[in-house]
Design a protein around this ligand. Structure first.
Ligand code: MG
Length: 111
């Protein structure tokens, strides 16, 4: 799946969420989506800590790789949903960031 296909699927989900649970305005939607990113990042952090045996035993006993992957997907999904509200072209900004990073570390010369 290409990034733009992924974003298009999440735009459909964003439209569904916004029609079923409408918020007052765009600023509230951006705030809610931002808080969701933070929430999901916390859940991913919890899974990573658990995978490293740095949580309580009851959590460690329930750990699964599937849960960790699911929380990773939640973080990515919540970021894409935020991009929909911020009108950010994910593919474009990631392409720019890859170029910036390659230049920063002078990767072009090595490859
Ligand atoms: Mg989650």
């Amino acid at each position: 799946m290409q990034i733009n296909e992924l974003v298009a699927k999440y735009q459909e989900i964003a439209d569904f969420l916004n029609s079923h649970w409408p918020l007052k305005d765009k600023n509230q939607r951006i705030f809610a989506r931002t808080m969701k990113v933070v929430e999901e990042l916390g859940e991913l952090s919890d899974e990573i800590l658990t995978s490293m045996n740095l949580q309580r035993d009851s959590k460690i006993a329930k750990f699964s790789r599937e849960n960790l992957e699911d929380e990773f997907a939640d973080v990515l999904a919540s970021l894409i949903l935020l991009s929909c509200e911020l009108d950010i072209d994910v593919e474009e900004v990631i392409k720019k960031k890859i170029e910036f990073t390659k230049e920063r570390f002078e990767m072009e010369r090595k490859n």
